[in-house]
Design a binder for this molecule. Sequence first.
Ligand SMILES: Cc1cc2nc3c(=O)[nH]c(=O)nc-3n(C[C@H](O)[C@H](O)[C@H](O)COP(=O)(O)OP(=O)(O)OC[C@H]3O[C@@H](n4cnc5c(N)ncnc54)[C@H](O)[C@@H]3O)c2cc1C
Length: 442
Amino acid sequence: MGDDFDAIVVGAGFAGCSAAIRLAQKGANTLLLERGAEPGVKNLSGGILWGHDLDPILPKWQEEMPLERHIVSKRFGFLTNDKALSFEYRDESWSRPPYNAHSVLRARTDAWLAKKAEEAGATLVSAVPVDKLHVENGKVRGVVQSGEVMTAPVTIVTDGYNSRTTLGTEIRRGNPPRANQGQQRLPEDHTEVGVKEVYKLDPSVIEDRFGVQGTEGRAQEWVLGFLPPGIMAGGFLYTNRDTLSLGMIVQLGSLKGRGVASHEIIERFKLHPAIEPLVRGGELVEYGAKLIPDGYASRPDRLWGDGYLVAGDAAGFVFSNGIVIQGMSYAARSGILAADTALDALSSKDFSSSKLSAYGDRLVRAHVLPDFERFAGMDRVKWNSRIYSEYPEMLTQLFHDWMTAGPSGHPAVAGVALRTAISSKVGWMPLLRDLVDSAREV
Ligand SMILES: Cc1cc2nc3c(=O)[nH]c(=O)nc-3n(C[C@H](O)[C@H](O)[C@H](O)COP(=O)(O)OP(=O)(O)OC[C@H]3O[C@@H](n4cnc5c(N)ncnc54)[C@H](O)[C@@H]3O)c2cc1C
């Protein structure tokens, strides 16, 4: 008996929609399944969409997609209890087409992308939480939902990091999640928790506060150096058209046993003297939390096999080095590459693991795997507890001593830096090692 579809895509996020659009555009009979009542309602992203990864499937996406603001500057810095130290990069070339990055709200973008998949000819079915992959003779041949089997010779798995469909399969037998006394769990040291709040504000207030005009926007990211020692978290604040996205990302393992909940961290971030005036008066309109993979260390065991391909967060493709987080662009890129591999398989009617391994070659040529391999040591640098405790204090103290007017005249910066380094709790060797590590890995 024939299959129900040529291809099934599980999860209508950036990866799944991109895959479904490509498949349908090339004439494949494609089923796109989404567990949320509508695409986007379950999704959460900071979110800055970097780059142009949708170009191959939607050449006019920048004109048509519900984007918020195009990002013209990026601020990065450190917050301590009462101080803030940051630098801002502004680039005029980012303010004209083809633009470099846009702030987005996923409820809007994902719904739009899913609609594009339907317009291309894919069948979208929402409110369908796929239970598992359907396996026949050791080969994936579709999916199972509430006991009903839907078949296709190739399935693209794009159901996010906390992927239910890959649990306990050869895709995630080992890392992650690891087997834990019969249960599966995500590796805490390679998993981040993201929490986001959206605040409604008049666009003119946003423009005044952030010094932007029209559809210009700004992105800010902060190391949160005011938390109890050991907790490693960063905060972000992005401008949308008439809202602000405020959120934080914390390493899951660093929260353990410290008695601080993620909502307390976001609250303290929001009330920081450098942040509060920017958000003041905003009305909370959205709140959500989600797990994020930590790049290469969070990858599953397999990215393809007999009858299946894995893309997006489900494949661990989130690039985050503490200064930039990029998951949506890799999700779109890997989704398209998975679709191209599935299309080749459909033409040759060969859905074996060896045929689908061409996906690996495509991921290499499109710089997905090389990016993650090249920066495989990044989480060692990013999750160095000194970045969240000693360095914010040390750096803000340096500027305090250098810039605070006092009775003993204006100090020379070299002298202040030397005194700060000597009095800091960080020894010379760790400081040197951290500098070398950062230069190499970030
Ligand atoms: C707080 C936060 C901030 C972030 N900031 C940024 C940022 O600024 N820039 C950036 O590029 N990235 C950012 N990311 C990462 C980015 O959101 C992800 O990398 C991206 O969403 C991955 O897309 P995806 O399609 O692979 O997975 P997802 O977006 O997770 O989509 C998976 C889809 O599958 C559906 N699904 C799940 N299980 C099932 C099932 N069993 N059956 C059917 N459907 C299912 C889900 O409902 C969802 O629609 C951020 C993430 C968080 C949490």
